[in-house]
Design a protein around this ligand. Structure first.
Ligand code: F6P
Length: 239
């Protein structure tokens, strides 16, 4: 693992955005695996700035990691809305090349199967990842066993509590999500995991130094040959 520690999240976000820029510039049809959550907002802000200075995205395919079950794309707390608001509305991405799982479908199993087809036919060059305080990546939550493909997951109390800050209250947070599986993440050619703040320090320590275990899904990143972990000093304090 290549570990980069920055004094604050802004320096880290610029580094992450520059890594994405390189992928976007050096391939004729790059595929980016994208993530949501508070960690990603400074990164996307920086990408929007790069676009303002001339970086183009019309040739880029994007595949997001996850979505809440039960939220329509227009729901303000959906990850569809997050991506529109923070990135897609501000860059020249081609709408036909954007993929996010539909959390409000009547046929969630069908959505999962189709999403795996999308990932199979568009191998991911660079996968962006945040991390939960419990070591989840995408919405692959700690459990006795993990799934390799896209699936529906019951969110843990930790995750619901953490993500309540984006909703009116804890009761409004959906209890289920649709997420790509561990295999889809680990098949990416390059993985860029970002974590900021003291709250993530233990999960980062477990990711880098702990045993590989389904109780810390991010620990599986240890088997990937090309992972970059980008941290601020607070998230890096325990390893
Ligand atoms: O960046 P945040 O808001 O701390 O979230 C971390 C992770 O948790 C999720 O928001 C899901 O709970 C992921 O999408 C993200 O990678």
């Amino acid at each position: 693992m290549n570990i980069r520690v920055f004094p604050d999240q802004y320096g880290a976000a610029i580094y992450a955005a520059a890594t994405i820029e390189t992928t976007v510039k050096t391939s004729t049809s790059p595929v980016l695996g994208l993530a949501t959550g508070g960690t990603m907002t400074p990164v996307y802000r920086q990408l929007v700035e790069f676009h303002r200075r001339g970086l183009h995205f019309s040739h880029v395919t994007t595949i997001n990691l996850d979505e809440y079950v039960g939220l329509s794309p227009s729901h303000p707390n959906s990850y569809h809305a997050f991506m529109q608001e923070n990135l897609f509305d501000h860059i020249d991405v081609n709408p036909d090349k954007i993929y996010l799982p539909s959390g409000d479908s009547e046929d969630l199993d069908g959505v999962c199967a189709k999403y795996d087809d999308v990932i199979r036919t568009n191998p991911i060059d660079l996968q962006l990842l945040g991390i939960g305080v419990n070591g989840h990546i995408g919405f692959n939550e700690p459990a006795n066993s993990l799934k390799s493909n896209t699936h529906i997951v019951q969110l843990t109390e930790d995750t619901i509590r953490e993500n309540a800050r984006f909703f009116e209250d804890e009761k409004s947070v959906p209890t289920r999500a649709i997420t790509v599986g561990l295999q889809s993440i680990l098949l990416a050619k390059h993985i860029l995991l970002l974590a900021f703040g003291e709250k993530k320090a233990q999960a980062i320590r477990d990711t880098i130094k702990g045993d590989i275990s389904t109780t810390v899904p991010s620990s599986f990143l240890q088997v990937h040959p090309n992972v970059t972990i980008v941290l601020d000093e607070a998230a890096a304090q325990l390893f």
